[in-house]
Design a binder for this molecule. Sequence first.
Ligand code: ADP
Ligand code: MG
Length: 694
Amino acid sequence: MANVPELFGSMVFNDRKMEERLPHAVYKALKRTISNGEPLDPSVANAVANAMKEWAVEMGCTHYTHWFQPMTGITAEKHDSFIYPSSDGQVIMEFSGKELIKGEPDASSFPSGGIRATFEARGYTTWDPTSPAFIRDKTLYIPTAFCSYTGEVLDKKTPLLRSMEKLSNVAVELLHILGKEDVARVTTTVGPEQEYFLIDKEMYDQRPDLIYTGRTLFGAPAPKGQELADHYFGSIKTRVAAFMADLDEELWKLGVMAKTKHNEVAPSQHELAPIFATSNIATDHNELTMEVMKKTAEKHGLVCLLHEKPFAGVNGSGKHNNWSLSTNTGENLLDPGKKPEENLQFQLFLAAIVKAVHEYQDLLRLTVASAGNDHRLGANEAPPAIISMYLGDDLGALVDSIINGTEYHSAGKINMLTGVDVLADFRKDTSDRNRTSPFAFTGNKFEFRALGSSLNIACPNYMLNTMVADELAQFIEELKGADDLDAAIKALVKKTLTEHQNIIFNGDNYSDEWVEEAERRGLLNLRSMPEAMAHYVDKKNIDLFVRNGIVSEAEIYARYEIELESYSKQLHIEALTMIDMAEKNITPAVIEFVNSLTDAALSKKALGAYSVYAETTLVSELSEKLEAFVKKTEELKAAVDGAAGLEGLELAMYYREKVFALMNELRVLGDAMERKTSEKYWPYPSYGEILFGV
Ligand code: ADP
Ligand code: MG
C-alpha cells in the first residue's frame, strides 16, 4: 500500500489544494465562509470553480456532479461534462462559478410529500462550501443542498446546516454570558460507527428477498448462530480483511478518516468507525462510506448489506452517533473536566441536554424509526424503543448531589493494576459502559445508539442540535441580567435536573422491569415506526422547528408524509416479494419434494419393501404444512389488496398491524417447511450457507 499520509485526501479538493491553487484573497474569503460561517461572496465562485476544474481535469475527470441528499434517504447525482464548444468546432473544458453554485436537477421525481406538483418540477442544488469537493470515477463531486423553485427544503443537508448555525449562535451567546468572550463559534461534532454485513455475491444473487428488500423474508436458523460469541472481535477472515484494506484505502483517498474496524456480534457482521468530524462533514462522509462499502464489496465478489435486520435470529445492524460540541478555541463543551462539581459551564450544557432529551424523546425516537429499524427497536434488540439517558456512576452521583444538595464524591480515576510486570498499569475510566442505553454519556460526548445502519445521520443530528439549541436559548433568557450569575446558574441547573431526572436511567434497558418503570415515570414507549411517526406533527414539535427556523410547518408535514409513504411502500414490496417467493418457488419446490417421496414410497412398496415409514411421515407432515402455507399466502394477498383506499398514517398502521403480522406468520410456516425439505429441492441458499459462506 502507498504511503498513507500521501494517499489521504488525494481525491479531495481540500484545504491544502485550495491554498495552493487559489489566489490568496479568494482563498481567505472561502476560508472565512468555511470556518466562521460567513456568507459566501459570489465573486469568489468563478475562481474556485476554475481551480477545481483545473485540478479535476489534471486528475483525469471529464464530468462534474452536484451531489445531494434528497428525501429518498440515499444520495443523488446528475453528471455533466466540462465540455464547452469552441469557435473552431472543437471543445474546451469549462466550469463556471454559476455552474459550481447552482444546479438544476428535475425535482419532480424526488419525494416532496406533496409540496411540489410534478408540473412545476424545477429544483435547485446549491454548493455547500463547508464540505469539500472530491473525485470519484473520473467525476468531480460537489456536495450541495437541494431545494425547490419556491424555496422549500427538499433535502436532509439544509436543515442540518441550519441547526448547526442555530446551535452555534446560542451556545456562543451563552458562553459570552459566562465570560468566554473569545469564543466565536461552536460546532457540533459527530463520529458515526457503522455496522454492516458482508456476504457472498453468489448467495445474494439467489435470494430475491435480499435483492428486492435488503433482508431475508424466509430462512430457517442455522444450527449455529452467534451464541458462542466467537465472531465478536474475532480474527478477521482473509477475504474480509482484503475487502477492509481496500475499503480503508478508498476512504482515505476521499478524506474519510476510517480508523477502527472489527468483527461484530453476528456471523458475517462487521463495523467501521471513523474519527469524528463536524456534523455536516460526518454526514457526507457517512453517506460516502456506505456507498464505497457497497462498491468495494462488489469488487471482491461480495455484497455489503446495510439493512437493519438482514437475518432473523442474529443481531441486526445499527449506527452509533457519537455527538459533542466544541468551540473554535478548542474546548469540548461536554468534557466534565477534573472537577465537574465546580464546572458550572459543563453543568449548564448537561442540564440543557437532559431537558432536551426528556422533552423531545418522541423526536429522538421517530428520527430513528424506519421499516428496517422496527426489527431492532422495541423488538428485544439493541436499544429499546424507550428513550432514556445513561450518565454513568460518576455523573449520576453528581446529578444526585445537585438535586439533593448533598456533597459529591467522585470515584476519581483509578489505577488499573494488571498484576503482570511486563504489562503496563494504566488509568481506568471513571465509569463502565452501558451498552443497553439508547443515549449514553461516554466521557466527553453522548452516544446516540438507536440509529439504524442504513439511516442518513443528518436527521437525528438536526433534531438533536435543534432541541439542544432551543433549551440553551431558554437558559439564556433566564440568566441574562442575573445579579449573581453563579447563584442563578446553580439554581437553574438544580431546577432543570430535578424536573427532568426521570429521563436518566443507569440500569439494564433490556429488562422487563424497565418497561414497567419507564411507564411509571411517564416515558414514551413507541414500539413501531407509525406509532412514533405520529408524533412528528405534534404541536410542540412543529413549534420547535418553526421557532428555530429549521423547517416550516409545511415542510414538516411533507417530511411526515414522505416517511410514512416510504414505510408503507417498503412493507408493500416485502409482502409482494414474499408472495412471489411462496408461489413461484417455495410451494412448487415442496410439491416436487413430496412427489419424489411419494414416488419413492410407491416403488418401494411395489418391490415389497419392509417399510415406507420415512417417506409417508414426511409426506403427511409436509402436506399439512404446505396446506397451511398456501392458505396463509392467500390471506396475505387479500391483506395487501385490503390496503386500497387507505393513505398516510392509517395506511402505515394497516401495514404494520395487518400485513406485517401475516408476513411473520407466513414466514414461520415457510421456515418450518425448509427444515423438512431436502436441500436439493429447497430453492434458496440456507442461513448457514449465507452467514458462514464468506
Ligand atoms: P468507544 O465508542 O469505543 O468509546 P471511541 O472513544 O473511539 O470509541 O469513539 C467512538 C467514536 O466516537 C469515534 O468515531 C470517535 O471519533 C468519536 N468521538 C470521539 N470524540 C468525539 C467527540 N468529541 N465528538 C464526536 N465524536 C467523538
Ligand atoms: Mg461506541
